[in-house]
Design a binder for this molecule. Structure first.
Ligand SMILES: Cc1cc2nc3c(=O)[nH]c(=O)nc-3n(C[C@H](O)[C@H](O)[C@H](O)COP(=O)(O)OP(=O)(O)OC[C@H]3O[C@@H](n4cnc5c(N)ncnc54)[C@H](O)[C@@H]3O)c2cc1C
Length: 491
């Protein structure tokens, strides 16, 4: 008889796990509390506008293509490779359009930001080498199983140990290479890729530059939601059962092994359970009687976000697909997010406009703006008034930078914020990536992809190893599949 797997949640980590475990021939069921499959990667259509509600930056598309291969079915997934990674706007009125690919990025940094050519080349080459060394040993495998760790790539990664800047933060390392504070800010920003602060996150995370600058982001044709739609389609076509509007309320176990799931509607028997729910809530809500790994769970949480989805009644030539309007004082902004847990008064604003490339995402002559500010987690702030104030600040800052009054152009609006991220997706206190990477040992302080206490229990998604972002969630699923294969050799 085929082993039966129950998966809690339907984010990209869950969908990738469902596909990988189907590839192993297991019988898989997915339970999603919401009415839509896809976790945070879902879309909404409002009055002629299409909005991606969660992620907008998509890197390493080949990982998804690889996932969608291998089951006997043709699922078409296509994407645009963007020519620019981002447009940066500074409070002094200056702007930088950052191209993609090492050489072109280097030229922009030298010609427009007066950086030193050899420092720039050295930096971009170094992140590329570090990325290639670190990826196979920190991201593709479990850090919690010796047999994953003992490998040739580990030796080459260790051979570069002194190149990772282990004793430095991202910001300290960026400051050593670059002279212009604007360049430093542009590179520091990448800490927000996994909800962390560049003033605390280890310099090793500067390898994110490899994805943002050397390779550049992609945009799925049809929008980000195609990522989870296509994965869902493939899984369903191969017999994965999907249950929507069905919240799991407990993971059932006996004699140190999982035996099933209890949902709000029913109870089910399973040999294997995979949780894609935030790891904190998996312990708190689904396994209240199990001893939780306190040291891992008490780490500082990653940031949250406030997002305004605006239908804008105008097209702006100055803007691209990804745009950042930087805060003047970046360090104070991260202090506000992680220390005082307030919304900063001069926030860095990210504006994503998919209709620049996917023209049907907005009516003619209009644009779909996804306007996001990194925010602290929910600790009981007065969000209603904080968000109203933030909205005024954003409108003011964007109007000034774009020399156009924005308020009269907003013809529709929706808002997402920390309380909703918690309520809708079960992100602990609205955190987006579980733990932040705000310390040297962050990579080792994420929860493993399997339980050390209950046989048959595994974890996938951005709140566990290897960490935040779509590519890492897909990697977490691959690690789960490898662990399952090792734990059940007779499969
Ligand atoms: C505003 C915003 C912007 C982001 N931008 C980016 C970006 O640009 N690039 C990027 O890579 N990442 C981004 N992220 C993070 C991104 O969402 C993740 O990288 C990825 O989508 C998370 O996938 P996941 O598999 O961890 O699960 P999630 O997408 O978090 O899905 C988990 C699912 O589990 C369900 N669930 C939870 N508990 C239960 C239960 N008890 N029973 C049943 N179902 C349950 C939830 O309803 C949810 O659907 C962003 C997130 C947000 C909120």
């Amino acid at each position: 008889m085929r082993m039966k797997v129950g998966i809690i949640g339907s984010g990209i980590g869950a969908l990738a796990t469902a596909i990988e475990l189907r590839k192993l021939g297991l019988e898989v069921s997915v339970f999603e509390a919401n009415d839509q499959i896809g976790g945070k990667i879902v879309e909404e259509r409002l009055e002629g506008f299409r909005f991606d509600m969660g992620p907008s930056v998509f890197t390493e598309p080949e990982l998804l293509l690889d996932l969608l291969k291998g089951l006997d079915q043709n699922v078409i997934f296509e994407y645009h490779l963007l020519d620019e990674s981002c447009r940066y706007f500074f409070n002094d009125g200056s702007q930088i359009k950052m191209p993609t690919q090492k050489e072109r990025v280097g030229n922009t940094l030298v010609n427009e930001l007066n950086e030193n050519r050899s420092a720039v080349t050295g930096y971009l080459n170094r992140v590329e080498k570090n990325y290639r060394a670190i990826y196979p040993v920190f991201i593709k495998i479990s850090l919690h199983r010796w047999r994953h760790l003992i490998s040739k790539p580990l030796l080459s990664a260790l051979g570069r140990l002194f190149k990772y800047g282990l004793h430095q933060t991202m910001h300290q390392q960026n400051k050593r290479y670059f002279v212009n504070p604007k360049t430093i800010q542009i590179f520091d920003r990448l800490a927000t890729y996994n909800g962390s602060s560049p003033y605390a996150a280890p310099a090793m995370l500067n390898i994110i530059s490899q994805l943002e600058f050397n390779l550049g982001p992609a945009l799925p044709k049809g929008g980000m939601a195609q990522i989870t739609k296509r994965a869902h389609e493939l899984a369903a076509a191969h017999g994965v059962r999907f249950y929507t509007n069905e919240r799991v309320t407990s993971i059932q176990h006996r004699n140190q092994r999982v035996v099933g799931l209890q949902t709000l509607k029913n109870s089910y028997t399973f040999d294997i359970v995979v949780s894609n729910m935030d790891i904190h809530y998996t312990y708190e809500k689904l396994l209240p009687h199990l001893k939780a790994p306190r040291r891992l769970l008490k780490q500082e949480k990653s940031s949250s976000a406030v997002v305004f989805y605006w239908g804008i009644n105008k097209c702006f030539d100055q803007l691209g697909v990804h745009n950042i309007f930087f805060a003047e004082n970046y360090k104070e902004e991260f202090k506000a997010i992680f220390e005082t847990k307030t919304l900063f008064d001069d926030p860095t604003i990210y504006v994503h406009i998919s209709s620049k490339v996917e023209t049907t995402d907005a009516p003619e002559g209009k644009e779909n703006w996804f306007v996001m500010v990194n925010a602290p987690i929910d600790v009981g702030q007065d969000w209603d008034s904080e968000i109203q104030l933030l909205r005024k600040r954003i409108v003011h800052k964007l109007s000034k930078a774009l020399h156009t009054q924005i308020e009269p152009l907003i013809e529709l609006e929706q808002i997402n914020e920390p309380r909703l991220i918690d309520a809708k997706y079960s992100g602990k206190q609205g955190s987006i990536y579980g733990n932040a990477s705000n310390n040297k040992f962050a990579a080792f302080l994420r929860h493993p992809n399997f339980s050390k206490q209950l046989k048959g229990l595994y974890f996938a998604g951005v709140t566990v190893h290897p960490g935040g972002g779509i590519p890492l969630a897909i990697n977490s699923a691959k690690i789960v599949a490898r662990c399952v294969k090792e734990d059940y050799p007779g499969l």
